[in-house]
Design a protein around this ligand. Sequence first.
Ligand code: NAI
Length: 713
Amino acid sequence: MALNMDAIGKMIGPISREYTWKDAALYALGVGAGFDELEYCYEKDLKVIPSFSIAAIFDFLSHIGVQSNVNLAGILHGEQELIFHNPIPPEGKLTTQGKIINYYDKGPGKGALVVGESETFHSNGKKLFTSRLTIFSRLDGGFGGENAPKKEIMFPNREPDFVVEGSPSKDQPLIYRLSGDVFPLHVDPEFAKMSGFQMPIMHGLCTHGYACRALIKSLIPGQPEKVRRFDCRFSKTLYPGKSIKTLIWKIEEGKALWKTVNAETGDTVIDFGVFEYGDVKEEKIMFDGRVAIITGAGGGLGRVYALDLAKRGAKIVVNDFGGTRDGSGQGASGPADKVVEEIKALGGSAIANYDNVATIEGGKNIVKSAIDAFGKVDILINNAGILRDKSFIKMEKENWDSVLNVHLNGAYYVTQPAFAVMKENGYGRIIMTTSAAGLFGNFGQTNYSAAKMGLLGLMNTLKIEGAKYNIKVNAIAPVAASRLTEDVFPPDLLPQVKPELVSPMVIYLCSEKCPVNGNIYNAGMGAFSRASVVTGPGTVIKKDSGYPTVEDIVSNIDRISSIKDAKEYWQLNDLVGDIVTVFSAPKTEAPKPKEQAKAEPTQKTGFDSVKSVFENMPKAFNADSAKGIDVVFQYVISGTSGGEWHCIVKEGTCTVKTGVHDKPTTILKIGDANFLDMMNGKTTPMQAYTSGKLKIEGDIMKSQLIQKIFKIN
Ligand code: NAI
């Protein structure tokens, strides 16, 4: 089967993987770290070995294999280059996207190279590393392509500056594989023999991890965050239990060449290594060219946001009506003008606007003044606010209305015209200002609490409507000393409750880097945390006859009320989807929310039993693509709904029978659930195979025909 030329340049991913410190520590143990390098193994101040990166995105490698259509029977990881942009945090979510960038032809019988490139981002929004990997495919050469450019490294003609010994144990692959590469070649003695080895071999990437540790220890002890580039070629297999040596030549400040050899035989197992190291230049978050509107920016928190954004290059519309603390009075231009002067004195660019956010015209004018002065709106911080506190019984309609008008209606009046401009430009960052009074309640603030929670409802839906235009909407619940809170904080606490201690969070949410949408952050006194609306797992009271009774609720109230293992929902449909799942037959797929369904286009058939797959197999058979093919696939499906089936493909026909065939060409062994996942498009055969879930015996190469001759999903 030929390499898939169409796959070059096609985007693969995004593929995401969550990890915790335990994954990073398990990897460290897998590549030989221990008490000598406790910083890699102990959750207290844990540092992540940079080579963890490639183990953590192992799935991406399988995708390259599948997309390129390489012959599985003859593939090896050839070369691996990693370029680090930021240190790997001890936990979070990695999201990888990339593509096949080229195929090289070493000639008939000599093999081919598949080169893939990817970038991985952390859930904190930072780009962590770029990976360039080469798969060497022994059986795909001779397709008529160009040969790869020669890559050779001349090691200095002198003794290495450092020699670091490593002693992988006989059981090392058994630990290493738990980091994700569960290919049977590293664990299954029979599989290893079938592949021509005396016993299971070391993972090349495990030895790679030993080398990475050795280089850090020699050149930047205790500072893995300084690794910038780590490049090498895998040249020979190694059996577990064999000692290795990493030879290191420092050729200039910040750069070394290295190789890893088998200490017993002197054979080079990893060759042509390059290691670069040094400090990362911290990327400053800037807003050059961005236009920000901040309402109520004539004082308090809004003023600090305006100054901070202006210092980082944004052009600012300083809106402030200039009224009293309770919103009464005619307003004044002084507060907004003063902040504009401050910004200009710093060399920034700003204009003042004195409109009242609590009117529809006011909202339109604020946005218009941004367009007139700077041509667009990229950022909107809905910050203007007043207070009219009274206990609920005494809360007159006027006090109720005026607070809702400024906070909630004001956000609607300004956000709607701003959103229209942002949508047009395909970019926007909107901040709603909520409050702990709304999130949790505060005596005497029913009007204010209702308005502040209303803003979260507005955010929750706007985040969905804005997502496809790169408009992100988040909320801040600040705590700061200001005119609004002048009677709240005792004077000696004032230095600790400055608006400057809230602002960094808001500025981050306004930035291009902001990775989140629809989140609520508490910020004050330098403490930052996320608040969230969650739903507990609850319980289902199903009755064969009739409805649940009030007494059923009484006896289940603890389970219904529990938020242990609670879950966040992105949107209403996701919650409905979960409820529907509970009421559907156990094996029926819950309807997916639209966005998710789009992201998983392979989910088409939805087989609910192993048997139904085999019943449907003749219908999925494509006689045209089976011309000249003569094979028998034997399926051995383990598990309660498993069994044995075989499929005979001959002279353009397909026959499926239960039981064992006496001369199968290829035997496929897999568990029932994994088989259904594969047939329902949740995993590909390549992923199932490389992760060890699918075992293939007999003619492995023929198994690749399955995808060609059956259109199952
Ligand atoms: P602040 O009183 O210093 O600032 C609010 C600004 O909004 C004032 O300059 C005021 O003139 C302006 N404003 C009021 N009504 C307006 C209108 N209709 N149109 C245009 N501008 C108007 O108060 P602070 O503390 O800086 O409050 C900012 C935001 O943070 C408010 O939304 C407030 O509810 C919220 N917040 C503040 C907390 C704190 O601890 N300071 C706690 C929770 C929320």
